[in-house]
Design a protein. Sequence first.
Length: 116
Amino acid sequence: MSNIMPDLPTYAPITCQPWCQYGDGHTSEEPGDQMCSGIERRVPLYLTEMTNGACPGEEPRWAHDFLTVYPEKLFGREPTLFLGRGELPGASLTLDEARQVATELLFAVTQIEEQL
Ligand SMILES: [Zn+2]
């Protein structure tokens, strides 16, 4: 029996972050592309229109829009936090930037709640 799949190249493993959802050293990724990522956490956005998550030619798969957050770390760089909206391009935040966003959100929530 022959193996029709070519062997994929492997690379030296990196040391994964404790929060990496894979933890395998990313040996199938080329050096420079090896990146740890944590488990994605989603917050549904019930006040925005539902989105069609289907690819062109597929049946529509309507779903609530959402915000997504997960930690990531490209080899050789400091960890960052990815913040995205649905399938749109998002932003990578430093930990200080993420704390500032969280602080500003809580400040705005407190402003509204204190007036209730
Ligand atoms: Zn990893």
